[in-house]
Design a protein around this ligand. Structure first.
Ligand SMILES: NC(=O)c1ccc[n+]([C@@H]2O[C@H](COP(=O)([O-])OP(=O)(O)OC[C@H]3O[C@@H](n4cnc5c(N)ncnc54)[C@H](OP(=O)(O)O)[C@@H]3O)[C@@H](O)[C@H]2O)c1
Length: 276
């Protein structure tokens, strides 16, 4: 599939992130075509990334072995049903990043015989440091799975989940997860300011701490509890802070927060699409 064309439908935030990642990892711009309704976005894509962008999605998917659906979830049905006859003729692999759009709906909109894989990326994909979970139904074979995985790698880290409803759990963890870390950094900066640091200094310290800790945690063999223990000496400052977290049931709070997000993801995804 390495010389075949890739079509991206929707050249917004996620579409652009994906194209940028593909180009950085060696895909030639001539191999990528974009279907995008906004003229301003099309011009920017051509100018900044050197890819062909058209308002005509049917043209965008011509000769494409891989079609990425990167429009908003509520637009997915209209985009795919309009292309269904063409998709059924050429049968490219369709990879959907539309949050909450269920496989059964996507397959029905594409029509018989079109292989579909769902991808759930997260916001840091916009800076090439995303976490994407993929789900493919049993009918999608190893070659197509490998193609979907190569594509998702353009956004950062990739994992596979064994069943579609795990994507609701992924949404709760890595999909909404960036907000949890931003909140923690925000609260740490505010608390630092409350203790007497100036606001700009507190903010820089909070965000640099988030970034550096993220780098340490992201190494493949990182032992998260071990990393935490390494900064926690008995009777020290970190232990004093962690005792306050434990007293406020931080663990239970995180568990309940993720459960609420997973529940909401299920609600929003039933029966078709609805959120990002
Ligand atoms: N952004 C994230 O952090 C994130 C994370 C996980 C998943 N996702 C998923 O990624 C998908 C895209 O999100 P996004 O943030 O990239 O949205 P976005 O910035 O709004 O991009 C969607 C683009 O598609 C264009 N479009 C609309 N209708 C179209 C059509 N019929 N044919 C071709 N292009 C069309 C839109 O143009 P107009 O502006 O003119 O409508 C817009 O430029 C969503 O399904 C979302 O669930 C996003």
């Amino acid at each position: 599939m390495s010389d075949q064309r890739i079509a991206v439908l929707g050249g917004g935030n996620m579409g652009r992130a994906l194209i940028g990642g593909l180009l950085r990892s060696g895909t030639r711009p001539e191999r990528v075509s974009v279907g995008e309704t906004s003229e301003a976005a099309r011009l920017a894509l051509a100018r900044e990334l050197g890819v062909t962008a058209t308002a005509d999605n049917a043209r965008a998917i011509e000769n494409a072995a891989l079609v990425v659906l990167a429009v908003k979830p509520y637009q997915a049905q209209a985009v795919l049903t309009a292309l269904a006859p063409l998709l059924q003729l050429s049968r490219p692999l369709v990879v959907s990043v539309a949050a909450g759009a269920r496989l059964a709906s996507l397959e029905a909109w594409c029509g018989a015989g079109v292989p579909v894989v769902r991808a759930m990326p997260n916001r840091p994909a916009l800076v090439g440091a995303g976490a994407t979970a993929l789900y493919a139904p049993p009918g999608v074979g190893p070659e197509l799975r490998a193609a979907a995985e190569r594509l998702a790698r353009a956004l950062g880290e990739v994992v596979w989940v064994p069943q579609e409803d795990h994507l609701d759990l992924v949404t709760a963890l890595s999909g909404s997860g960036p907000a949890y870390f931003f909140l923690l950094a925000e609260l740490m900066a505010e608390a630092g300011t409350g203790l007497g640091l100036d606001a700009a200094t507190a903010r820089r310290l909070a965000t640099a701490t988030l970034y550096g800790s993220g780098l340490m945690a992201a190494t493949a063999d990182a032992d998260l509890a071990g990393l935490r223990e390494a900064v926690t000496s008995k009777g020290g400052t970190t232990a004093a802070a962690l005792a306050v977290f434990a007293g406020a049931d931080f663990k239970g709070t995180v568990e309940r927060a993720l459960a609420a997000a997973a529940r909401r993801s299920r609600e929003l995804g039933a029966p078709a699409a609805g959120h990002s």
